[in-house]
Design a binder for this molecule. Sequence first.
Ligand code: HPA
Length: 278
Amino acid sequence: MTKYFTLQDIDRIADMIRPKLPVAPKVAAILGSGLGKLAEAVENAVYIPYSEIPSWPVSTVQGHNGLLVAGTLSGQPVLFMQGRIHYYEGYSMAQVGLPVRVMQRLGVETLIVTNAAGAVHPDFVPGDVMLITDHINLLGMAGQTPLRGPNLDDLGPRFPDMSQAYDRALCELARQVAREREILLREGVYMCLAGPSFETPADLRFLRTIGADAVGMSTVPEVTVARHGGMQVLGFSGISNKANLDGSTVTSHEEVLEAGTVIAPKMEVLIREVLARL
Ligand code: HPA
């Protein structure tokens, strides 16, 4: 049976982490596949291994380090998750959402989500960064959501609004930074599937038809929890592989990690400068 975390469970974890933090974080970031290096930008960093935090889900995937990194970036107190977990690893949606619940109790008000994603939009190429302007919650529509179970009224409403899942003002800030720093910033709709198999060409044609621009295996559950808790969200997808709409190429985790080396420096500029302007 699914374990639903209670407010007491969440607070127990937050109370354990809080004394280890140099400053109370206002902004948190979740770093996706191949993007963990972004945490190296955090100054005066304190590291907390996920394995030392009770109940905290630990990533089993290569390219996900498993560290909370707390410190400052662009003068803002931040908490970075170097490595995230995914539903396909066998965790429940409640576990996937747990870190964001804890962040909320630690005082985080803004969540930056990043991920590696496959292009669905035919113009997107590996190495591109896409500003996530919206998402399609296909798993949620099928009942797989971290909000399933008793609502925690102290954290947010039973029926949270998702009309502006990605904060418009933060999106505008990101566009401004991209323009000034001459970073090509794609924009589009992110689709989360369960994975871990990549999509067939027919899957991809379906996703394109229903309005997706990029596809991955994460992010949407965390954003759903963040919005439930009233956090503002900014999201970036690093495009790691081309849309394989006709089945002419293969997709591998290695190419996803490799693309991260091109994408991470661009994301670092975007995140640093957005933080500086908050
Ligand atoms: N599909 C799903 N998830 C992904 C992909 C993809 O092509 N690339 C990176 N994550």
